[in-house]
Design a protein around this ligand. Structure first.
Ligand SMILES: [Ca+2]
Length: 215
C-alpha cells in the first residue's frame, strides 16, 4: 500500500511537470436553461459568457441530448452552442496567459444536436474554435462527424500573451440549435526551446571548453 501511494505521488509529480491544466469546463456546475446577450449573457456556473450582438446558448441536461452529456465522467450537463434565438458565440470570461515557445493541448467533446422535440433528428452545425491568435480551427459537425473528444496541440511562437477561448456556431441545419459541447480542457504542455537558445547553449559550452583548454 505504501509503495502504491509513493508511486502515485511520483506519477503526480511527473505529470505536473509535463502538463498543467490552464482551464477546464464540464458544465456540471451550470444551471440548465437559456442564455442570451439580451437576457443573461454569462452561462451560470461556467467559465463562459456570450458575446456578439444577439448570441444565445442553452445548458442542457443528460436526458436531452446524446452520448456526450451522458458519457462517463460527464454524467450531467453540456452546452448547446446555439439556443432558441440566434447562433451563439461563447467566450471565456477570463483571459489566460500563454507562454512563448510553449506547447498546449486543447480538448473538447463535440456532438450533433438531436432534435427530439420537433422530431428533426440529428442536426448539422459548424463550429469555429479560436484561442486568440494562437489556435484556430473549424469543425463540420455533420453526418460525417465521428463523436468523440477532439484533441488538438499547438505551440505558441516566440511571442506569448493573453488570450480567451472563443467558440462560434457559424451555421448548420437549424437556426435555433448548434453543436453540443462538453468536457473542455486546456493544458500547458512541454516547453520547446527556440533554435537560438540551442545556439546560445552551444556557444556557452564551446566557450567553457576553450577556457578550460587555455589553462
Ligand atoms: Ca458535462
Amino acid at each position: 500500500m505504501r509503495k502504491l501511494v509513493l508511486s502515485s505521488i511520483i506519477l503526480m509529480a511527473v505529470s505536473t511537470l509535463n502538463a498543467a491544466n490552464v482551464f477546464s469546463e464540464n458544465f456540471e456546475g451550470s444551471t440548465v436553461g437559456f442564455y442570451s446577450i439580451a437576457g443573461t449573457p454569462t452561462v451560470t456556473g461556467s467559465i463562459f459568457t456570450l458575446i456578439g450582438n444577439s448570441g444565445t446558448a442553452d445548458v442542457v441536461g443528460p436526458t436531452d441530448y446524446g452520448w456526450l452529456c451522458a458519457a462517463p465522467g460527464a454524467s450531467g450537463k453540456c452546452l448547446d452552442t446555439t439556443g432558441s434565438g440566434s447562433r451563439g458565440t461563447i467566450e471565456t470570461v477570463l483571459s489566460y496567459s500563454f507562454l512563448a515557445n510553449t506547447t498546449y493541448t486543447f480538448s473538447i467533446g463535440i456532438t450533433r444536436w438531436n432534435d427530439t422535440v420537433n422530431g428533426g433528428g440529428l442536426n448539422d452545425a459548424n463550429l469555429r474554435i479560436n484561442i486568440g491568435s494562437f489556435f484556430s480551427n473549424s469543425y463540420a459537425v455533420n453526418s460525417g462527424w465521428v463523436n468523440g473528444i477532439v484533441v488538438e496541440t499547438f505551440t505558441v511562437g516566440s511571442v506569448g500573451g493573453l488570450a480567451k477561448l472563443t467558440i462560434t456556431d457559424t451555421g448548420g441545419t437549424a437556426g435555433f440549435a448548434g453543436a453540443v459541447i462538453d468536457n473542455i480542457s486546456l493544458d500547458q504542455g512541454v516547453i520547446v526551446p527556440e533554435p537560438s537558445s540551442y545556439a546560445l547553449i552551444g556557444s556557452g559550452v564551446a566557450a567553457l571548453f576553450f577556457a578550460r583548454r587555455k589553462r
